[in-house]
Design a protein around this ligand. Structure first.
Ligand SMILES: Cc1ncc(C[n+]2csc(CCOP(=O)(O)OP(=O)(O)O)c2C)c(N)n1
Ligand code: SF4
Ligand SMILES: [Mg+2]
Length: 292
C-alpha cells in the first residue's frame, strides 16, 4: 500500500535512490546492494516505512543508494541508531549495515548488546577482512599472518569469527553469505527480514583494491553449502560450521524463536497502561522525597 492507501507493485529498481555508488569497480558491496534491492521488492517492503542506518566505511555508504529513509551515521554506531529508531517506531522495518571494522572493532560492543537484547532489526555486515575506506589497515576479521598496510610483518592477532560471536551472545538468526552469490544472498536477506528478533547476516564481500583479486578467488574457492537436512535450531551445529577454516559454508546457520526487544517493551507498555501493578506517581515520588 502506498502512503495514500493505494496498492503499489514494487520492483528492485524502485528501491534505487538515483545516487550512483562510488565504490571501486568490482567491489563486493555492489552484490550486497543488488541482493537487498531484490529482497525488498520480493517482500514488497514499503520504502516509506523502512529505515536503513550505517556507521562509517565504504560499506556504510549503502543507505544513500536505497530509496528508503536512512542515513550514514558515526563510525561504529549503526546499531545504536537502529536501536533508537526501532524502540521509537516498532512498526518500521529497520536495517543496519556496515563493515567489519565498523561492526566488530569500534562498534563491537553494540553488536554484542544488540544480540543479547534480540533487537528486532536485520544487520548486514559486509566483511572484506580490511578497513577499506581508510586505505587498507588490519581489521578484526583479517586472517592471522596477512600483510596489510598496518601489518607489514603480517597480522599478529587471531581473527574474530563474527557468526560465532553473534550466536554466543544471543542472536536468534545468524547467516553467512557471499556477495558473488546473488540468489542465495537474496534468499537470506528475505529470511532475515521475516525473522522476529535480531538477524545477523555476515556477507563475505571482497575488497578488490586493498585485498586484490585473489580475495574474491580464494573466497569463491572455499564456498560450501549446508547439508539438505541441516537443523539450524541446534547451536552446536551452527558453531561447528562457523569455525571451519578450509571452507566458507553459506546459509542460515542458526535460527531459534524468542521474544524480541520490541515484544518485551510492548508487553511492558501494555502492563503499565492497563494493570494496577505499577506504582502510582505519588508512591514513586515518596521513595525519593519521603516528605512528599
Ligand atoms: C571515531 C572514528 N575513528 C576512526 C575513523 C576512521 N575510519 C573511518 S572508516 C574506518 C574503518 C572502515 O572499515 P570497515 O568498517 O571494515 O568498512 P569498509 O570500508 O571496509 O567497508 C575507520 C577506521 C572514524 N571515521 N571515526
Ligand atoms: S576500497 Fe575496497 S571496500 Fe572500498 S569501495 Fe573499493 S573495493 Fe570496495
Ligand atoms: Mg571492511
Amino acid at each position: 500500500m502506498s502512503a495514500a492507501g493505494v496498492k503499489v507493485e514494487l520492483k528492485p529498481g524502485d528501491y534505487k535512490s538515483g545516487l550512483k555508488p562510488v565504490w571501486c569497480p568490482g567491489c563486493g558491496d555492489f552484490g550486497v546492494l543488488n541482493a537487498l534491492y531484490r529482497a525488498l521488492a520480493q517482500l514488497e517492503i514499503e520504502p516509506w516505512n523502512t529505515v536503513i542506518l550505517s556507521g562509517i566505511g565504504c560499506s556504510s555508504r549503502l543507505p544513500g543508494y536505497v530509496k528508503t529513509y536512512g542515513f550514514n551515521g558515526v563510525h561504529g554506531r549503526a546499531l545504536t541508531l537502529a536501536t533508537g529508531v526501532k524502540v521509537a517506531r516498532p512498526d518500521l522495518t529497520v536495517i543496519a549495515v556496515g563493515g567489519d571494522g565498523d561492526g566488530l572493532a569500534i562498534g563491537g560492543n553494540h553488536l554484542i548488546h544488540s544480540c543479547r537484547r534480540n533487537l528486532d532489526v536485520l544487520y548486514i555486515l559486509m566483511d572484506n577482512e580490511i578497513y577499506g575506506l581508510t586505505k587498507g589497515q588490519v581489521a578484526p576479521t583479517t586472517p592471522t599472518g596477512d600483510k596489510t598496510k598496518s601489518t607489514f610483518w603480517g597480522n599478529p592477532e587471531p581473527a574474530v569469527d563474527p557468526c560465532e560471536l553473534a550466536i554466543s551472545t544471543g542472536a536468534t538468526w545468524v547467516a553467512r553469505g557471499f556477495s558473488g552469490e546473488m540468489k542465495g544472498l537474496t534468499e537470506m536477506i528475505v529470511d532475515g527480514l521475516r525473522h522476529n528478533g535480531f538477524s545477523f547476516l555476515n556477507v563475505m564481500s571482497p575488497c578488490v583494491t586493498w585485498r586484490g583479486d585473489d580475495q574474491f578467488k580464494e573466497m569463491k574457492a572455499k564456498l560450501a553449502e549446508l547439508p539438505a537436512d541441516y537443523d539450524p535450531t541446534r547451536r552446536a551445529n551452527a558453531v561447528q560450521y562457523t569455525r571451519e577454516k578450509d571452507r566458507i559454508t553459506c546459509g542460515v546457520l542458526y535460527r531459534v524463536e524468542g521474544p524480541s526487544l520490541t515484544d518485551q517493551l510492548e508487553s511492558m507498555k501494555e502492563r503499565a497502561m492497563t494493570g494496577g501493578e505499577a506504582p502510582s506517581t505519588k508512591e514513586i515520588l515518596s521513595r525519593y522525597y519521603p516528605r512528599f
